[in-house]
Design a protein around this ligand. Structure first.
Ligand code: UDP
Length: 490
């Protein structure tokens, strides 16, 4: 049973599937590998169907058999009323920060009413203002960086850059320096750095300051993937104080394990995948929030068709707003049930596209069980928007990527994955600047699927897959890092 000395972590996830997934995975690992008790606070959002499925699945996986003594509890917090505190046109990150700020009283009340007193609080990167709740209780506070170490380093460096750089970051002639790390090209800075007068910039800069106040920064990466950047983060001068063991913890890759879904739409999808040869299918999906312009949607469709490769494409109605699906995605099969006809016009595809490509392609409206799809033997490559969860899922399954960054920190992720780690290729045209034409799409896909470059990329992805597995195993670097967090809390 839950002994008196069992540490109890409260995990707080900000809205968005891309935050919820790593938080739940962290919770599962704390319970199943390190015998901790976990309470996860989830901020409910509109996409509650996918959220419910994810939390239910995590609870089942972590709960263990009755009598196992496992304690994994999920508490849903109703979203706060933002009508008087948020400009409806505010940037996504502003919205996330304001949601978490407005929820502090509710979180405080919920934490105080827990039957078992928590010993540590873990927030994701948008929840650092909730550290105050941990401070009031006198318990340890951690931040979970849901992206890579390079992004974390930029976040921590931002208050310094803010004092040094004049004018907009995107207009700089020279790359932005992060001591000890790969520098950041001005045009690949994260969205919150695009306009220094916007509230979102102020929020992001504040996050950079607050990261340093944590008792530990947990990062969804591992020692062998980003050794140089992790070493740079652990430098006293860079961090702005003496860095001790346990301050910067690489605990990844935290990825959702595939469980083959049983609902009817997914069955169709998997029976299609089952019929395709090994590593022959290009999977195309732009994360939970990604969206293309109408023109780009057409070019991508033609490029896929011309490549003559098999494909599985998760389509969204093109809006041209790059992150337009962020707060509403996670549509369940329920929502898309019955959408099997007229996909071309409904999703802005070229006239006759679905019919013409029927023998090689499958167009899936809105949402796919991605972790399961990527782990299927038929999938050979992934046109990936560079969201960090998607990237890690691809690595975990040993699938080569083609980076197609759209928003948030995805431009940096694409550079890290394609240029530094060489686990992917990417287009010459940067998708956030212009339309990637059909010839370029065709060329990129053929290069990875049948070209020489693809072979090297695939080999390196498989090596990264193995190194990630090793990090997570008992005694591996990520395993030991999390163990340290738990031991400190005992
Ligand atoms: N996802 C999914 N089906 C989809 C699209 C996304 O299951 O059709 C999942 C995906 O597997 C990943 C998460 O949603 O775990 C998206 O997180 P990521 O960090 O890749 O990108 P974001 O959506 O936050 O931009």
């Amino acid at each position: 049973g839950a002994g008196a000395k069992k540490p109890h972590f409260v995990l707080l996830s900000s809205p968005g599937i891309g935050h919820l997934i790593p938080v739940l995975e962290l919770g599962k690992r704390l319970v199943t590998h390190h015998n901790a008790a976990v309470t996860v606070f989830v901020v409910a959002s509109r996409s509650s169907q996918a959220e419910t499925e994810l939390t239910t699945e995590a609870a089942a996986a972590a709960g263990g058999a009755p009598g196992s003594g496992n304690f994994f509890n999920v508490v849903r917090l109703p979203p706060p009323d933002l009508s008087n505190v948020l400009d409806p046109a505010a940037a996504m990150v502003t919205r996330l920060c304001v949601v978490m700020r407005e929820l502090i009283p509710a979180i405080r009340a919920a934490v105080q009413s827990l039957a078992v007193r928590p010993t540590g609080l873990v927030v994701d990167l948008f929840g650092t203002e909730c550290f105050v709740v941990a401070e009031e209780l006198g318990i340890a506070k951690y931040v979970l960086g849901t992206s890579n170490a390079w992004f974390t380093a930029l976040t921590i460096q931002l208050p310094v850059l803010d004092g040094e750089v004049e004018g907009e970051y995107v207009d700089q002639k020279e790359p932005l320096e992060i001591p000890g790390c790969r520098s950041v090209r001005p045009d690949e800075v994260v969205d919150p750095m695009l306009d220094r007068k916007d509230q979102v910039y102020i929020e992001y800069r504040r996050m950079g300051v607050e990261f340093r106040k944590a008792d530990g920064i947990l990062i969804n990466t591992w020692e062998d993937l980003e050794p140089t950047t992790l070493a740079a983060l652990r430098n006293d001068d860079f961090f702005g104080r003496k860095v001790i063991q346990g301050d910067i913890l690489a605990i990844g890759p935290l990825v959702r394990c595939p469980t083959r879904p049983s609902n009817p739409t997914s069955q169709d999808l998997f029976s299609w995948l089952d019929k395709q040869p090994n590593e022959s299918v290009v999977y195309v999906c732009f994360g939970s929030g990604g969206n293309l312009s109408p023109e780009q949607q057409i070019e991508l469709a033609h490029g896929l068709e011309r490549s003559q490769q098999r494909f599985l494409w998760v389509v969204r109605r093109p809006t041209g707003v790059k992150d337009s699906a962020f707060f509403s995605s996670g549509k369940s099969e329920e929502d898309t049930k019955g959408i099997h006809h007229d996909l071309d016009s409904r999703y802005g595809l070229p006239v006759g596209f679905v019919e013409r490509t029927r023998h090689v392609g499958l167009v899936v409206p809105e949402w796919s069980p991605q972790s399961e799809v990527l782990s299927h033997v038929a999938v050979g490559a992934f046109v990936c928007h560079g969201g960090w969860n998607s990237t890690l899922e691809s690595v975990r399954s040993g699938v080569a990527m083609m980076m197609w960054p759209l928003y948030s920190e995805q431009r940096m992720n694409a550079t890290l994955v394609a240029e530094e780690l060489q686990l992917a290729s990417r287009t010459e045209t940067m998708p956030w600047r212009g339309v990637v034409g059909r010839d370029e799409v065709e060329g990129m896909i053929r290069e990875v699927m049948v070209g020489e470059k693809g072979k090297g990329v695939r080999e390196r992805v498989k090596a990264a897959q193995r190194s990630g597995e090793k990090a997570l195993k008992e005694g591996g670097s990520s395993y030991k890092a999390l163990e340290m967090v738990v031991k400190k809390s005992c």
